[in-house]
Design a protein around this ligand. Structure first.
Ligand SMILES: Cc1cc2nc3c(=O)[nH]c(=O)nc-3n(C[C@H](O)[C@H](O)[C@H](O)COP(=O)(O)O)c2cc1C
Length: 186
């Protein structure tokens, strides 16, 4: 049974709300076990446990938060070279559009790549004008249905990759389910 961890930091609750939506999307794929953990409660064992990981952080100066960086520096540092090959993606909440949300996702992906994770983006559109090419992004709390759908789609895609590459369930490959995929012009 594939295992997905949604790990997040959130100072004022916005990224936490996105995390819940990412977890909901991951749980929409049958046979996937989902854990949701804040960075304050997460332990290295949670990361070692999972096959797929979605990491979320508030955008801070266009980067991941210091708490999330500390988790990877101090909690996961001793486990470097023990988590290679797990599948991972990123999401972030910023104060406003243009505030560096995708840069923050990129900084999360950079950390994950350093640890040997296989990171990905999503080509599909979650709804008109909303996608998650570099991770799911939002400004403040996820109110817009497009942002909420992008969070769910990111989690769903993570669970699909886990199902395909960790559980050998090729029927969960997104290319095998074209009817579920939305193009930019739809
Ligand atoms: C130290 C700090 C730095 C921030 N830097 C940025 C930033 O670079 N760009 C931006 O748009 N918002 C920035 N913000 C605003 C947060 O990203 C925003 O309020 C976000 O929704 C908070 O998410 P949270 O509720 O999960 O903590 C910053 C907030 C703090 C506290």
């Amino acid at each position: 049974m594939g295992k997905v961890l949604v790990l997040y930091d959130s100072a004022s609750g916005n990224t936490a709300k996105m995390a819940a939506l990412v977890a909901e999307g991951a749980a929409s794929i049958a046979g996937i076990e989902v854990r949701l953990r804040s960075v304050d409660q997460a332990q290295a064992e949670d990361v070692l446990w999972c096959d797929g990981l979605a990491v979320g952080s508030p955008t801070n100066m266009g980067l991941l938060s210091w708490k999330m960086k500390r988790f990877w520096d101090e909690t996961m540092g001793p486990h470097w070279m023990k988590v290679d090959g797990k599948i991972a993606c990123a999401f972030s909440s910023s104060g406003g559009w243009g505030g560096g949300t995708e840069l923050a996702c990129q900084s999360l992906l950079t950390v994950l790549m350093n640890f040997g994770f296989l990171v990905f983006g999503v080509t599909d559109y979650a709804s008109k004008l909303y996608t998650a090419h570099y991770g799911a992004i939002g400004a403040r709390e996820p109110r817009e249905e497009g942002v909420r759908a992008a969070c769910r789609l990111l989690g769903k895609r993570l669970a699909e990759w886990v199902a395909v590459y960790c559980d050998g369930r090729r029927q969960e490959h997104p290319l095998a389910k074209p009817q579920e995929r939305r193009r930019p012009d739809e």
